[in-house]
Unconditional design. Structure first.
Length: 271
């Protein structure tokens, strides 16, 4: 799939395995999701690939992202682990391959980025990017290779607006993707969000997804409940006013629910 055709809302698969993974992905495809986010770390690439094949959808209609984990940084290690991901997925191509975290303490992320550039040059992956990179990490990639990532997938939700990072992305043509787009349900009861939900006749979760879309961020969400998955896709049709977007922007308190990219070092094996 061309980058310009990339779906606007992604379906996450972290911590989903076996029958539950198959059930959620089948419900997600039924609801209209066409972008699945996995990672070596999630230990479910084989199940994701199987669900894509089982969907009956043409392969070119589904966007599959996977990521290399922290224990496989470095040029040769990335190339080797990409091969393992491809075998696990059992798909001919992966649409987007990301470096999951910078793990700056290892000082291997720029070398890892060179490996992603090679994979793209060789046509083994269509698009490449990073996840959880801060501005200095992105600057370093450009300084060393002259190429910015196409995507940076970072934690973002109303309590973590990522304003400086998003401005940097906009200046350098990097797409912002939001993981934990719903902050795992936290803050959906905030009066600003429930108030806008009442104004437009939508659910709080739909309001948050519509807010991501209005500010040009691509949200990735997850639910085990088919009705929530369907509601998420319906958010594509919602339009917030500038005032509603600004009111949600004002909830930003720089509050992370997940790890801090500057200190995240989890090196447990992904496989
Ligand atoms: N690159 C990275 O480092 C990271 C990437 N990710 C990716 O992003 C994906 C999404 O992240 P995740 O944190 O799961 O996303 P969300 O913010 O969507 O959180 C999902 C949780 O929110 C609940 N939820 C979903 N919809 C609603 C709703 N309408 N009302 C209330 N609660 C709701 C779900 O519960 P229920 O199932 O009961 O509906 C689930 O427990 C991951 O699966 C993964 O693919 C995640 C973390 C880090
Ligand atoms: O879920 C992800 O994509 C993450 O990067 C992290 O949540 C990671 O999997 C983790 O284990 C953090 O402790």
């Amino acid at each position: 799939m061309r980058f310009s055709e990339m779906p606007r809302i992604g379906l996450g698969t972290s911590q989903l395995h076996g029958d539950e993974l198959a059930r959620v992905l089948a419900a997600g495809f039924e609801a209209g999701y066409r972008w699945v986010d996995t990672a070596a770390r999630y230990g479910n690439e084989a199940g994701v690939g199987a669900a894509v094949r089982a969907s009956g959808l043409p392969r070119e209609d589904v966007w599959v992202t996977t990521k290399v984990w922290n224990d496989h940084h470095g040029y040769e290690a990335v190339l080797a682990d990409f091969g393992t991901s491809m075998r696990e997925l059992g798909l001919e191509r992966v649409d987007l391959y990301l470096i999951h975290w910078p793990v700056a303490s290892r000082d291997l992320y720029a070398e890892s980025w060179r490996a992603l550039l090679r994979l793209r040059e060789e046509g083994l992956v269509d698009h490449i990017g990073v996840s959880n990179f801060q501005i200095p990490h992105l600057e370093r990639l450009f300084a060393e290779t002259g190429v910015y990532p196409l995507v940076n997938q970072v934690e973002a939700h109303p309590f973590l607006g990522q304003v400086p990072l998003r401005a940097f992305h906009a200046a350098h043509g990097i797409q912002t993707q939001a993981w934990s787009a719903l902050n795992k349900g936290r803050g959906l009861d905030d009066p600003v969000i429930t108030g806008i939900a009442g104004e437009i006749g939508a659910s709080p979760a739909q309001v948050v997804l519509a807010w991501h879309l209005a500010r040009g961020t691509r949200p990735i969400t997850k639910s085990g409940k088919p009705e929530r998955l369907a509601a998420g896709i319906a958010a594509l049709d919602l339009r917030l006013s500038d005032a509603q977007v600004a009111a949600i922007d004002a909830l930003d308190r720089g509050e992370r629910g997940g790890p801090d990219p500057d200190t995240m070092e989890l090196m447990e094996a992904s496989r």
